[in-house]
Design a protein around this ligand. Structure first.
Ligand code: RB5
Length: 148
């Protein structure tokens, strides 16, 4: 079955979001775009909350968020259980975010990466498996409900 990937941005990430959607389509994914739909000024949390809720609930396995720095989107998304939203500014960080941190939400700092860099970061994040092992133990410790 074709995987549906969620994507959302604020105004600062809108242009790169459109590029990444094209790339995801070319790669054969279904894309569910949760907005924004223009470069008009918006508030990043209004877009991060719905996406993070769906990933947290297991409605989607993976999602992508974009804002100017990536910070507002990651702060918001990481408030949800089971969401691991990683800001990645180059492919190496995206690779490690998958291998070590099992990042299920990729967050892009749209004002600090080119379109081509954004697509490379996306492809790396999509293609890199979680290493498990010692990293699985560490990732399991993130969820506060599981702490003693
Ligand atoms: C919008 O100007 C900017 O603050 C936002 O895109 C993001 O960078 C916030 O973290």
């Amino acid at each position: 079955m074709t995987e549906t990937i969620l994507i959302a941005s604020d105004h600062a990430g809108f242009a790169l979001k459109e590029k990444l959607e094209q790339a995801l389509g070319t790669l054969g994914f279904d894309v569910q775009d949760l907005g924004t739909n223009s470069a008009d000024s918006t508030d990043y949390a209004d877009y991060a909350h719905p996406l993070a809720q769906k990933v947290s609930d297991g409605e989607a396995k993976r999602g992508i968020l974009l804002c100017g720095t990536g910070l507002g989107m990651s702060y918001t998304a990481n408030r949800y259980p089971h969401v691991r939203a990683a800001v990645a500014w180059n492919p190496e960080v995206a690779k490690l975010a998958r291998e070590h941190n099992d990042a299920n939400v990729l967050v892009l700092p749209a004002r600090f990466v080119s379109d081509a860099e954004g697509v490379e970061i996306l492809k790396t994040w999509l293609d890199t498996p979680f290493e498990g092992g010692r990293h699985a133990r560490r990732v399991e410790k993130i969820e506060r409900d599981e702490q003693p």
